[in-house]
Unconditional design. Structure first.
Length: 602
């Protein structure tokens, strides 16, 4: 870091602005310098762990840090570091090189940085914001080379040629799917795969000559094989077809669920086929019905759920069945363990990054895969939050508290109000893509997903809180990818999201944002809440019992309706226009009669 930049940071760290009036302190804030930091410390070089044939090099962007160490561990948790390496700084970027033997180890950064929330220098421990692999619960960063052949499923390099055809973005139809919910309760999935990525690989070998009467379920016990006929509802069921001479055997022998036998000896030498799981069968039906894209959430490291399943708690379903389903009693039971169970939407992002076998399996079913990305906010902040990452590497300014890494630059990475406090309109700890390094982090992460995981599309949570400039750069970057250079045809990657315009970004309050009205002509999709609310009724800001076009408005008036009949008819005509007017944006030429008699020619 040059002399001027270093001394500038030393000066601004402790500076506070105090407003006084009438002999009293009316307001206090710290300096807000995102534009200055953009000018002084914008960086386009390598970040994260870079692998070569001989070495591993770490790069961390942390211009406000005073000292940075990397602690290298041999294990994902516990134990002392194998070594502690002091990184060297050049113009805000810290780096260190180590031997190739670092690959497969874990590391975490220890950063000494001034933190305005405590008014002193803090020593913070955090992950690398550019982590591509993590230990359980994201406590340590794995030194993993995603290009390693050891991490590629068979046929991975040719997956771009196997992807389902997509002639036009207008042909897209999307099915949204929660990864855990897809298989967590599916007993036709191997117990070790339930609730995770590998549940999507539970696909069988197509065998036309294996008749349904041959099907028998083999339940795996610890020491013995349990059998059940095709109608069993036993738990922990694996799904296999036994063929060959088994047809005559199954005619002579029928077993009740849970029956113990020495059948394990009888099946030796028989041909065993793996069947599709119930979930996979459902997905194949959806694909055959015309669904083109599967939208997965969540796919990244997030807070709120312990990664170690044996620590999860759950409510006994037998207890829940004794409680009225339409009461609050079931929910009260769930609430007692809500912080210790295995459920989360994935709405608390900590680090973004990880799932090749699932991608490959879904592409081979016939789906293109969309990932749900949440770049608009972070779960934790401040120097002491265990889920804080960027704020430990990159501390913001006065009042800082969020979740990305480890120094004093969250004044550059998080969005603040005029009082210097972090904006929370997106949920908590709003990120500021109008700043160079936040935009770069988003673009770099999207590039990793597209190239290293061959993702086919991205659905942006609260896209309106991201700048239009960032979204257009993302689309252009992704569409420039090619099979020859990048192993993926980027022209077929689709980007869409929630273009809501609210909070501090409303009406371009922080720059031109990626809201519905600003996206025209970009080729980036946005959800249409006007059609949604007109069709279904209700809205996040209206009465929850309000009927819509397909929920019986006027024709099947709800007993909970709070409007008189004539007003209901008027509303029906109004919402009819709300879903017809968007057709004016299509290529179809038609006449539209307005409810007050005016003819509109699109």
């Amino acid at each position: 870091m040059n002399w001027f930049n270093q001394h500038l940071l030393n000066i601004i760290h402790p500076v506070s602005l105090v407003g006084r009036g009438g002999g009293q302190c009316n307001n206090v804030t710290g300096l807000q310098l995102p534009g200055v930091l953009d000018e002084l410390f914008s960086y386009e070089g390598p970040l994260g762990a870079i692998f070569s044939k001989e070495a591993v090099t770490l790069y961390l962007w942390a211009p406000t840090a005073q000292v940075v160490h990397a602690c290298i561990y041999g294990d994902p948790s516990g134990g002392d570091p194998l070594e502690i390496v002091c990184l060297e700084e050049f113009n805000g970027v810290w780096s260190a090189s180590g031997p190739k033997s670092w690959e497969g180890c874990y590391y975490e950064y220890e950063v000494s940085v001034y933190h305005p929330s405590t008014l002193q220098i803090e020593k913070c421990t955090a992950n690398d914001p550019y982590a591509r692999g993590l230990s359980a619960d994201g406590r340590r960063t794995l030194l993993v080379n995603l290009n390693s052949d050891d991490l590629k499923p068979e046929g991975w390099d040719n997956l771009a040629d196997e992807k389902p055809a997509l002639l036009s973005f207008s042909d897209i139809s999307i099915y949204e799917l929660h990864i855990r919910d897809f298989s967590a309760s599916d007993h036709t999935v191997h117990p070790d795969f339930r609730g995770g990525y590998l549940a999507f690989t539970s696909q069988g070998v197509e065998k036309q000559n294996v008749a349904s009467c041959f099907i028998i379920f083999i339940l795996h016990g610890e020491d013995e094989i349990f059998l059940g006929n095709g109608g069993t509802k036993a738990r922990d069921m694996a799904f296999w077809v036994v063929g060959g001479c088994f047809s005559s055997f199954v005619t002579d022998h029928r077993f009740d669920a849970g029956h113990r036998s020495d059948f394990g000896k009888a099946v030796e030498g028989l041909e065993i086929w793996h069947l599709d799981s119930a979930g996979i069968l459902h997905l194949k039906k959806l694909c055959n019905a015309g669904i083109s894209h599967l939208h997965l959430l969540p796919t990244f490291q997030f807070a709120g759920v312990d990664d170690e399943k044996d620590k999860w708690k759950c409510v006994d379903p037998n207890i829940l069945e004794t409680l009225p389903p339409d009461s609050v009693e079931q929910q009260a039971q769930i609430m007692t363990i809500q912080d210790e169970d295995g459920y989360n939407w994935g709405y608390n992002p900590v680090l973004w990054g990880f799932l090749k076998e699932a991608m490959q399996a879904l592409n081979r079913i016939g789906f293109r895969v969309v990932l749900d990305v949440v770049y608009n906010h972070l779960h934790g902040s401040g120097p002491f939050d265990e889920n804080s990452v960027l704020d430990k590497d990159l501390i913001e300014g006065r009042g800082s508290n969020w979740a990305m890494s480890c120094q004093d630059c969250s004044r550059l990475l998080l969005r603040r109000n005029s009082d210097g406090c972090i904006e929370h309109s997106a949920c908590v700890n709003n990120t500021a893509s109008e700043h160079f390094m936040v935009e770069r982090l988003i673009l770099d992460d999207l590039l990793c997903w597209a190239v290293d995981y061959k993702v086919d599309g991205f659905r942006f949570d609260l896209m309106g809180h991201i700048m239009k400039r960032t979204m257009v750069k993302a689309k252009n970057m992704l569409h420039s990818l090619s099979k020859d250079t990048d192993g993926i045809d980027g022209s077929s990657i689709y980007i869409y999201g929630e273009g809501w315009d609210f909070g501090e970004v409303a009406k371009n309050g922080r720059g031109v944002n990626a809201s519905q009205f600003n996206l025209c002509g970009t080729g980036i999709g946005s959800f249409n809440d006007r059609i949604r609310d007109a069709m279904l009724g209700g809205s996040p800001f209206g009465h929850p019992l309000q009927q819509g076009f397909v929920t019986g408005l006027f024709l099947q008036i709800s007993p909970y309706s709070f409007k008189i009949h004539v007003h209901i008819l008027e509303e029906l005509l109004f919402i009819n226009e709300r879903y017809l007017f968007p057709l004016a944006l299509s290529d179809v030429i038609f006449l539209l009669q307005y409810m007050h008699g005016i003819l509109v020619i699109p």
